[in-house]
Design a protein around this ligand. Sequence first.
Ligand code: ZN
Length: 310
Amino acid sequence: MQQVVDEGGPAATDFEGADHATINAASSDEAGRGRVSQNLLRVVKFAVSLGFWCLSEARRILVRLSGRVPPPIATVIYYHQVLPHERQRFARQLDHLCKWAKPIPADLYGLVPCATPYVSVTFDDGWSSFAEIAFPELRERKIPVTLFVVAGRLGRRLEPFTDEPLITAAQLEWLAASGVTIGSHTLTHCLLPTVDEATALYELRESRRVLSGMLEREVTLFAFPFGQSDSRLIPLCSDAGYQRVFTGLPHLAFSRPGEFETGRIRVDPSDWPLEFYLKLMGAYRWLPAAIALKSRLRRATRRVIGRFDR
Ligand SMILES: [Zn+2]
């Protein structure tokens, strides 16, 4: 079954998930309506997550009172671009992150201990603003970071309508030498659930081969473009040699021994401080169940309508 990502972020300026709808809207009216519904959805998700977090914190307190240790909380967050005017907000988010949680690398293969919340920071696509704006802020705070790059688009634009190019091969090599973990984000940034198996396997294998050759080290991590995966693609990632893949569903991370498929939550520099906090604390982890329920209801509705149409 295809996992459709229901992004937790605000109406954004990049190209993942629902943002395509906004960009491709046929008229400014449609785009305006799209923005309103995205903002409304953001508020609803925020409110539900706040309620979810209150309940889960109450439960953790009860567990502690009973003399037991509550389960650990670890999340993986993913950014895209950090624009020049967003630098201060981004820096503030990183300061908050260091205060509220312990930053850990995304290629951690053991289980996290219980005490502190843990957060792993990742970036998708490899925009040049990562090298110029985001990485200096991360490095200053010694926060480990993983960058998922589109191996066949280095130094080029991801889409014809984008102004900002992706990092060049030279920047990629410099980032890797400076301690950034590099993962693959396919060769062409294609929507993998929509392509045939041979094409998907080629995107997975070839991007890993290109990046591993360029960096002279094994690339073992992969993140799905648009956060979209399906059950057919996960074994293909394993066949292509990856040791861990990241989806766009906000499950808690590093919570199962031998975890191969790890969830992530999208964040943006424009996130409200409390919204950012809730994302770090895993309070959006109710979303995958809600998305699955929505798909089941939609399928059931279609079946009922189909019966009436016959
Ligand atoms: Zn992407």
